[in-house]
Design a binder for this molecule. Sequence first.
Ligand SMILES: *Cc1c(COP(=O)(O)O)cnc(C)c1O
Length: 457
Amino acid sequence: MSTEKIPYKIFLSEEELPRRWYNVRADMKKKPAPLLDPATGKPCTPEQLSAVFCDELVKQELNETDPYIDIPEPIIDFYRMFRPSPLIRAYCLEKKLDTPAKIYYKFEGNNTSGSHKLNSAIAQAYYAKAQGLKGVTTETGAGQWGTALSMACSYFELDCRVYMVKVSYEQKPFRREVMRTYGAKVTPSPSDTTDVGRRILAEFPGTNGSLGCAISEAVEAAVSTPGYRYVLGSVLSQVLLHQSVIGLEAKAALDKYGVKPDIIIGCAGGGSNLGGLISPFMGEKLRGEADYRFIAVEPASCPSLTRGKYAYDFCDTGKVCPLQKMYTLGSGFMPSPNHAGGLRYHGMSSILSELYDQGLMEARSVEQTSVFEAAEQFARVEGILPAPESSHAIRAAIDEALKCKETGEEKTILFGLTGTGYFDMYAYEAYNNGTMTDYIPTDEEIAASLAKLPHIG
Ligand SMILES: *Cc1c(COP(=O)(O)O)cnc(C)c1O
């Protein structure tokens, strides 16, 4: 602990890089519900999961008891290139807001993939390589995960096949080209290269695609190609485990200066960055050692936590994946096409869903024009052009800081700045032109989607 003025950037040294990931499930008294086999309604066995996922990742997915899992040395070596990531004190934003609140953010955009997703991509590629596999398949929406996985696969010399949601494939050609530069094969989804893709195309001709649909195609491609497995960039518990490196570093950096956050905020798509950021802090809360407020921020156009149902659902549109109990809007839910800000997955991590259900975490939804207002305000004073996804967290952090201004409370706020927005300039263009609109699904739309949830038990 130190009494000197806290610097703008708190860096950890390479030697302070975490050597173990933290598995928050170990400290949860009531664990997240198990993945179920849709055919039998019984918990998936490791053997079933191993047909889809790498063996070591199946072990991590099912591990609810070990609080710490060693990070293999080759992954640490890769992390050294871009980690530890900086923890930044937002002095300039605080001044601009004229708030007594103290705001910190953990910046994960300092790598070519531009987001936190590389933290898990490199781990998943490592375990695939260690198992002697030839390659992996995956889906990507906005493209950050596909980019991260392409980088990780090229590092370990693995084939990488990415099914990219068609609308992004067309609207984000630069993301696509980054992936191809790293050697990935990128296919717009739905495609005619898989049975499920052909089925979806026949049912919905001219569809723009969705994440759920791209997942189905990637899983089919993995299980039907020898030497391949499927990998996923969010939602799964193994991904939250890998992303715990964010929270472990943030906590170590704050501890150096004796700073304890009151409120910890993250944007929530599938839940991996938020889960990773809050995990070590949540562990303290679960063990009764400290208390924090946690806030998940989601788009009003895809409000799985705030308006979804806690139930078993399919993880994908094609219904080929295991069933997961989670807050969901229904696997057929499609966010409005005018929604620009990512975070469009219909469900949520089972860990975060369970923590939210137990009242250990709060959630709120925000509209996209107010998200871009926050992004603009942040970019103009803090100098980083944030990803639209990350800007959901910025919105909530600013709102909390403004509340402190009213009450005079000097709260300490920590939020996750997950990435940069350079490939999202169409969305910024719509915002700058004043043509960006908000869309909030009606209760009827959500009810119609939830009516199609599978009946379990
Ligand atoms: C993918 C992504 C997210 C959302 O994913 P989570 O799994 O919810 O973390 C947030 N921010 C950025 C920059 C992303 O690329």
